[in-house]
Design a protein around this ligand. Structure first.
Ligand SMILES: [Zn+2]
Length: 414
């Protein structure tokens, strides 16, 4: 199973927006931009919402049927590990093997030395086509990178081989992710991580490194965009080089776990896609959930009341909701509006505060991040929330489509 050049991960927490998301891809297709949808949902999202992986498959199949989507599409078991892969095996055909937690854990001396021998030919002055500078590599450089990452790759290999056993070698797409960690992987580290993946015979088609800068949930990139651009371009060059050197899959590409809406890095990414002709997978999750709340608010009436209740409950439980996301959010408590203030808001006032339009005077990134991590609150509303998704479907669907198409697809891929 081969992943197309451009693919877009559409997370959909409550599983109601598949058609609207697909509409954005169909619109792109009309403009000559061919993007394959991948519905991703992690084990954590499933357990918070109370859904199972089969629900994501049903949603994707139903959306594809309803919209008469002709191209390929996939269902991604997002951020899985050995402990939870089993639940996803039958219904997913895309597996994001997350080994961030295994980074820095020790591997055996034997496997480390095997890795050093495998990479020995790259010791010395390493030049990579497409990168102006060269890298000084010694056995110790390789050993240090192996010490940091080899165990993580070994863990990925165990999960990968398990999937090969149960599904068959060509029956699924593999992504390896290391993004949920604090220190970014340098392009040189990524080269040797890919070497380790080749040594362990992991046939991955996408790799999701941790990039430089902060990827806070639901809001723009925080960091040095020019530094990101250099790193991203070097990563692209490293992948092309590693594919040739190690015989990795020809279509191996970068995957960006955007944490939604990293608008300021979309421009350098777009430039890189044009300059190098490389592929890309972009994974979003929360952006669609936020559009659901914006759509509910915009609809007014009971929709607006529900949106306000989501905020009120999220505000009350903010400490507990934020805790698991502490490293990927940056909320200024002083900027969170008081409940009495929000209760007075009109539909437009609520939508404008939440909608991610940088520079809009009403846009409030702190409120947006809180609601981003607050989907548990909507899950707890149960039928009241999901019924409202049906009642206000036209307004919500338009928000979801417009957001994915105008704010993500066009800037990245057009
Ligand atoms: Zn991720």
């Amino acid at each position: 199973m081969k992943l197309e050049k451009y693919s877009f991960g559409v997370g959909d927490r409550f599983g109601h927006q598949g058609k609207a998301q697909l509409e954005a891809m169909l619109e792109a297709k009309k403009k000559g931009i061919h993007i394959i949808p991948v519905w991703n949902k992690s084990n954590r999202e499933h357990s918070i919402i109370g859904t199972v992986p089969a629900d994501t498959r049903s949603e994707a199949d139903a959306a594809v049927k309803a919209m008469k989507w002709q191209g390929p599409y996939h269902v991604d078991a997002d951020h899985i590990n050995l402990g939870n892969v089993e639940k996803f095996v039958n219904v997913s055909d895309f597996f994001t093997i997350d080994v961030a937690d295994a980074i820095g854990k020790p591997c055996t001396t034997d496997s480390l030395e095997q890795f050093v021998r495998f990479c020995k030919k790259y010791a010395g002055k390493l030049s990579i086509e497409g990168i102006d500078r060269s890298f000084k590599v010694t056995d110790d450089t390789i050993r240090a990178i192996g010490t940091q990452y080899l165990h993580a790759v070994e863990e990925a290999a165990v999960i990968y081989r398990h999937l090969v056993d149960v599904k068959g070698k060509d029956a699924f797409i593999t992504e390896v992710s290391m993004d949920e960690t604090n220190s970014p992987q340098t392009p040189l580290e990524m080269f040797f991580i890919l070497a380790a993946m080749a040594m362990k015979e992991i046939s991955a088609q996408t790799i999701a490194p941790k990039f430089t800068g902060r990827f806070n949930k639901g809001v723009d990139y925080v960091g040095d965009v020019s530094k990101f651009e250099v790193e991203f371009n070097e990563d692209v060059a490293v992948i092309a080089f590693a594919v040739k050197e190690f015989g990795l899959p020809q279509n191996l590409k970068l995957s960006i776990h955007s944490g939604s809406d990293k608008f300021s890095i979309y421009k350098p990414i777009n430039k890189a896609l044009k300059r190098f002709g490389c592929g890309l997978h972009v994974k979003t999750a929360g952006t669609t959930w936020l559009e659901e709340v914006i759509g509910l608010a915009s609809a007014g009436g009971e929709g607006l009341t529900i949106a306000k209740d989501v905020y009120a409950h999220a505000f009350e439980k903010r400490q507990a909701l934020c805790e698991p996301y502490a490293t990927v959010i940056d909320i200024d408590p002083a900027k969170l509006p008081a409940l009495q203030v929000v209760n007075e808001w009109s539909a437009d006032e609520f939508a404008n505060a939440l909608r991610h339009v940088p520079g809009h005077p009403a846009y409030n990134p702190s409120l947006r991040q809180l609601i981003h991590v607050g989907y548990k609150v909507a899950a707890q509303m149960g039928k009241r929330y999901t019924d409202a998704l049906k009642t206000y479907e036209p307004t919500i669907a338009e928000c979801v489509r417009e957001n994915i198409f105008n704010r993500h697809i066009l800037p990245i891929f057009a």
